[in-house]
Ligand binder design. Structure first.
Ligand code: ARG
Length: 466
């Protein structure tokens, strides 16, 4: 038996009335959440202050009692902030720890704070307040990353690289265009985050244990005091709903999926085989055995964090599956996955927002790679079509030209006019305008296309929308 498993002397002071023996020491430790939910102390205190304020307004507390409670709660907050607070496992959770400390400070008025509420609506309120703050912090970090992408995309609007399908060189694109694809993924994520906040921002306070309360409470007032848009509609749903946590974790999973894709590309691009970009040393680490190594640890780790965030989403979905109404102790298990998801998302966004502006493209390598891969083959086919050749025949002609290029080690743009004319006599000297990489990207000149001017216009629109 470990020290923390020794028998407590008393029954729990918050609910011990109907119990004839103290709770088993192991059960006490097993059921306690204070080890992790103490993180909600600010939200818990803010919720209590709003509740007490409202109770005084409707005449359930006197204004002296309300003042005592608020001053007492602020003093408890100051103690916790200063690290002068002892969290007690026998008081189970953050809510009862704070209430007990309050009562110890101010006496009988402290025991009145819990009038007309339950820990069930209290904890539901606390998590919503917590998540709302996290969402706002995450939104700021996401914006910083998106701005960094737009700046880099604008700088690299003319930089040519190979575009890939199946990871095989397909057609030339601009590096700015590629970065704007990342931007679009994040822009959808941002939309999901904002939607989640809007649905989350309703106050469950006043639902009490499950059915509401007999006191003449004013739920709209506590909602207003806590910055919620309005009170939730149904008390049973209010204490049991954790959709907002699932929605947030869904957002996080999709975001991390996007960051993992970008990470994978950064890892590939920094390799000697690609050599497309350089990451500054401060985002990389070395090897303890291979002196030549510079490893892209930061993007690799972001890629890896996707696994734990996906795991948390599955945890929460499974936690809620088949739960009968209303509150069940199962719900205490919502916190650790949620906290870790928010922490992980913030760290990954920070890593990316710091790293993106520091990406150094190695433009000559990108250009060479695009030139080597017959990336203008489609342009040659389109050229023949414009001159009257049906597309399927044009495809055939270009296929033969590429085969010849592979055999002779020449890119299409390096062949002479006579060499090209072996495959079609429709080809004339103006073909070289479309066979250059610059001509190829500039020709894709429509909304969503890779032409440098389109990239610049897209950056402009995106800036206006941020
Ligand atoms: N620690 C609990 C939780 O996180 C607070 C609510 C407890 N309610 C109850 N009826 N036991 O869910």
């Amino acid at each position: 038996m470990s020290k923390s498993d020794q028998k407590p002397e008393q029954t729990n002071q918050s609910w011990g009335g109907r119990f004839s023996e103290p709770v088993d020491a192991f059960v006490e430790r097993f059921t306690a959440s204070v080890g992790f939910d103490q993180r909600l102390y600010n939200q818990d205190i803010n919720g209590s202050i709003a509740h007490a304020t409202m109770l005084a307004e409707v005449g359930v507390l006197t204004s002296e009692e309300k003042e005592l409670i608020i001053d007492g709660l602020e003093a408890v907050r100051a103690d916790i902030d200063a690290g002068n607070f002892t969290w007690s496992v026998s008081l189970e959770d953050v809510h009862m720890n704070i209430e007990a400390a309050l009562t110890e400070r101010i006496g009988i008025a402290g025991k009145k704070l819990h009038t007309g509420r339950s820990r069930n609506d209290q904890v539901a309120t606390d998590i919503r307040l917590y998540l709302r703050d996290e969402i706002d912090a995450i939104s700021r970090e996401l914006t910083r990353l998106q701005q960094g992408l737009l700046d880099l995309a604008e700088r690299e609007a003319d930089t040519i690289m190979p575009g890939f399908t199946h990871l095989q060189t397909a057609q030339p694109v601009t590096f700015g265009h590629h970065l704007l694809a990342w931007f679009e993924m994040l822009q959808r994520d941002h939309g999901r985050l904002i939607d989640c906040r809007a649905r989350l921002n309703q106050s469950p306070l006043g639902a009490a244990a499950l059915a509401g309360t007999t006191y003449p409470i004013n739920r709209a007032r506590t909602a207003e005091l806590l910055g919620f848009d309005k009170p939730t509609e149904n008390s049973l749903d209010s204490v049991s709903d954790r959709d907002f946590a699932i929605e947030f974790c869904s957002f996080a999973s999709i975001l991390l999926t996007h960051l993992s894709r970008a990470s994978e590309e950064l890892v590939l691009w920094t390799s000697a085989q690609f050599g497309f970009i350089e990451l500054p040393d401060r985002f990389c680490t070395g090897s303890s055995i291979m002196p030549q190594k510079k490893n892209p640890d930061v993007p690799e780790l972001v890629r890896g964090k996707t696994g734990r965030v996906n795991g948390h989403l599955i945890s929460l979905l499974t936690l809620m599956k088949s739960q009968p109404l209303a509150y069940n102790k199962d719900n205490q298990e919502d916190k650790e996955p949620l906290f870790d998801t928010a922490d992980t998302v913030k760290d990954c966004l920070r890593a990316f927002a710091d790293m993106v502006p520091a990406i150094k493209p190695r433009k000559e390598n990108m250009y060479e790679a695009a030139r080597r891969g017959f990336s203008t083959a489609t342009d040659l086919a389109d050229y023949l079509v414009r001159k009257g050749t049906p597309f399927r025949d044009a495809h055939e002609v270009v296929g033969k030209s590429v085969a010849y290029g592979i055999e002779t080690g020449k890119d299409l743009s390096e062949m002479s006019l006579e060499e090209l004319q072996q495959f079609s006599d429709t080809i004339t000297a103006d073909v070289f305008d479309v066979l250059t990489l610059e001509g190829s990207v500039a020709a894709r000149d429509h909304i969503g296309g890779t032409a440098p001017d389109q990239v610049r216009a897209a950056v402009k629109r995106a800036r206006a929308g941020l």
